[in-house]
Design a protein around this ligand. Structure first.
Ligand SMILES: [Zn+2]
Length: 205
């Protein structure tokens, strides 16, 4: 690593920690910032500082929001009797961008992983049960990933929901990862939702 002035070296180091950013990209970004006008750099710095302050969890579904309710929970045109359970807000965005889903969500904020120390209490599972117990929910769609952790989390939640008498289904395939969804991803999501199957004690479709 070349000898940079300390503030510049610190900036490069910070940028390098961002996902998908290697040393070369970090250097390019740092030099761009040095040459950019003050106003743009201040605006970027303020946006970064503000996002942690202004963004919180939706009080119902735990999606990111800057108000008490996220825009989806606040939308009366959505079907509030159908709740899709996702691992994180990225999966929620994938479903939203596909335009195939009209219900609401519940964001777990992770997946069960005893190896990494993620236990049920670390996720928003208790809050999901409370939501279902309050009534008004006809179906819970488990849309966690098709991985060991995703499957384990789905079956753990399904077992807890069973006694509550709500219809529990599992999507038919994994969700595409990443923000840029193309048409193929949209088809994948549509099929995963359409092909969802009932899980639990009486597993009739
Ligand atoms: Zn919400």
């Amino acid at each position: 690593v070349p000898q940079y002035a300390r503030p510049l070296a610190q900036l490069i180091e910070s940028l390098e920690r961002l996902p998908g950013i290697g040393l070369k990209s970090a250097q390019r970004l740092a030099f761009w910032l040095l040459q950019a006008d003050d106003e743009s750099v201040q605006a970027l710095a303020a946006a970064i500082a503000n996002v942690k302050r202004a963004i919180r969890d939706c009080s119902v579904c735990f999606n990111y929001t800057d108000e008490d309710l996220c825009p989806i929970c606040a939308d009366a045109r959505r079907d509030h009797s159908q709740v899709c359970v996702v691992a994180d807000a990225r999966d929620l965005m994938a479903l939203e961008r596909s335009g195939e889903y009209r219900g609401v969500y519940h964001v777990l904020q992770g997946l069960l992983s005893p190896i990494e120390g993620v236990m049920p209490d670390n996720l928003r599972i208790a809050e999901l049960l409370e939501r279902v117990k309050k009534g008004g929910i006809a179906e819970v769609i488990l849309a966690t990933p098709f991985t060991v952790e995703g499957d384990a989390t789905a079956s753990y939640i399904a077992d807890l929901l069973q006694p509550l008498g709500v219809r529990v289904t599992r999507i038919a395939g994994g969700l595409p990862v990443g923000g840029d969804l193309d048409y193929a991803d949209q088809v994948t999501i549509a099929r995963a939702l359409e092909g969802r199957r009932r899980v639990g004690a009486d597993a009739s479709p």
